[in-house]
Design a protein around this ligand. Structure first.
Ligand SMILES: C[S@@+](CC[C@H](N)C(=O)[O-])C[C@H]1O[C@@H](n2cnc3c(N)ncnc32)[C@H](O)[C@@H]1O
Length: 470
């Protein structure tokens, strides 16, 4: 009866007729000679007939596995493809670089269909706030059922791409329709919804629309990641670049084809959204002070894309320096005017950094950064939090006061002035320690104490140490 069927398809249909899980193919082999009950036989034969007429296995069984999740599918939704897992993996890769300093990371899945991408992201990162949109109410009914079965909280809404969406997101992901209306491949897809497949004469109508709309819906440094056809990568990259996205790149699917492209919101786009222009009028960006030599001297130790936290960021002179080099940056400052300006270069968080609460907490834990920058700022009570914010092996670039800035950031109470012993506690976990000449009251003594506490640490009094472990 199952003659002419792919062996795997036949096994899946048989498992389904026997009401066994789809991953039990080994069971079939070990029960090879068991007779089939007539009811199972009849169900299997009906399924085989449907398959021989071209209906996809997933619609016959009603299930499809995606990113380790068992999803319900039927002809109201596109059957999720393994290639789309590349998009999910990419989104998971960029997520650590977004939403820093915000209460929760917001992700939006456009054209969610069965909910595959949205649910996979929520299952992998339960802390995310995941929203999903589809134009088809029928598809959304399937997606909601999947969410309920899997007990995953996703906010599903009907809509057309980003029309009418008010909230800003950190990452927008989408596997939109991308097949050209005349494409010969459509014949093989006749069981799946047209709305999920076809997108104008060249297959790019929906991608164009999403790329055009996305920047207005992303937070600073937010990402737009798109799946597309095997031959559309270059065109999609051009669309993204044309819309001002930066770090535009493509990813390969399981067959080595460029099937996803994406990029990050550039500073210029963020700035124009904040109403800031490049030719400053009186209320535009302030002229930034030059960056500290000390920061310049040490930032080469950072891995590419390493996250940076700039404490007391001011108008963002150091944030700009790091953002220009591709680092996701978060700044904290207690001046509203400064944080507004600094936001043009990354995420700027307005907070009373002297009196707390520390704004970058995940529950009881401080968020960790590959590098923490502190310049012209000595505030003793803050240092335990600064220490907690440096990721293991991370970098603290700490300049007590640069020349000409001696009065800024100095604590009002003398007992809040940082003591060398406290610096030692901070320094203990660092991989490289360097001092500016003359900035600490007694550098040689501090140095001796650090060397005693951490004999293998690389310590220098100024400039680059002779060697340092990276
Ligand atoms: C290629 S399917 C992707 C489904 C699912 N995300 C996946 O990867 O399996 C595209 C989805 O986009 C939806 N869609 C088509 N046009 C849309 C529009 N204008 N706005 C929102 N969703 C749309 C379709 O209903 C369909 O569910």
């Amino acid at each position: 009866m199952s003659q002419g069927l792919d062996r795997l398809d036949a096994q899946l249909l048989l498992l389904n007729a026997l009401a066994l899980p789809m991953h039990s193919r080994a069971w079939l082999l070990s029960h090879d000679t068991d007779p089939l009950l007539p009811s199972h036989q009849a169900e299997f034969e009906a399924a085989v007939r449907r398959r021989l007429q071209g209906e996809p296995v997933a619609y016959i069984t009603g299930h499809k596995e995606f990113f380790g999740l068992d999803l319900i599918v039927d002809p109201r939704v596109l059957i999720p493809r393994p290639d789309t897992e590349t998009l999910v993996e990419w989104a998971l890769e960029v997520l650590p670089f977004v939403g820093v300093g915000t209460e929760s990371v917001q992700v939006l899945d456009l054209g969610t269909g069965s909910g595959a991408i949205a649910l996979a992201l929520k299952a992998s990162r339960p802390d995310l706030k995941v929203h999903a949109i589809d134009a088809s109410e029928e598809a959304l009914a399937v997606a909601r059922e999947n969410a309920q079965r899997l007990q995953l909280e996703v906010d599903f809404q009907q809509g057309s791409w980003l029309h009418g969406i008010a909230d800003l997101c950190d990452v927008i992901v989408s596997n939109p329709p991308y097949i050209a209306v005349q494409d010969a491949h459509l014949d093989a897809l006749k069981h799946e919804p047209r709305l999920a497949l076809i997108s104008g004469p060249d297959g790019l109508d929906d991608i164009r629309c999403i790329v055009e709309q996305a920047s207005a819906h992303l937070r600073p440094r937010g990402y737009l990641l798109l799946e597309h056809g095997y031959d559309q990568a270059m065109l999609v990259r051009e669309l993204l670049q044309g819309a001002g996205f930066v770090d535009v790149q493509s990813k390969h699917d399981l067959n080595g084809l460029e099937r996803c492209s994406g990029g990050r919101l550039s500073q210029d786009m963020t700035r124009s959204r904040l109403g800031m222009t490049d030719r400053p009028a009186t209320n535009a960006l302030p002229v930034l002070a030059p960056i500290s030599d000390w920061v310049q001297r040490w930032s080469h130790l950072l891995a590419s894309h390493a996250t940076v936290l700039d404490i007391a960021c001011g108008h963002g002179r150091h944030m700009k320096w790091f953002a220009d080099r591709g680092h996701p940056v978060t700044g904290i400052d207690r001046s509203a005017e400064a944080t507004k300006a600094a936001a043009a270069f990354g995420t700027a968080v307005l907070a009373d950094i002297e009196n707390g609460p520390w704004p970058l907490m995940d529950g009881n834990q401080a968020r960790q950064y590959a590098a923490v920058i502190v310049t012209n700022y000595l505030w003793r009570p803050l240092f335990p939090l600064i220490r907690a914010s440096i990721a293991p092996g991370g970098l603290l670039i700490y300049e007590t006061f640069s020349k000409g800035h001696e009065g800024i950031g100095r604590p009002t109470r003398p007992d809040f002035l940082l003591q060398p012993a406290e610096l030692l506690t901070v320094f203990r976990q660092l991989r490289v320690i360097a001092f500016e000449e003359g900035c600490l009251e007694d550098p040689p003594r501090v140095l001796q104490r650090i060397v005693a506490a951490r004999p293998n640490c690389c310590v220098t009094e100024s400039g680059k140490p002779k060697s340092y472990p990276l």
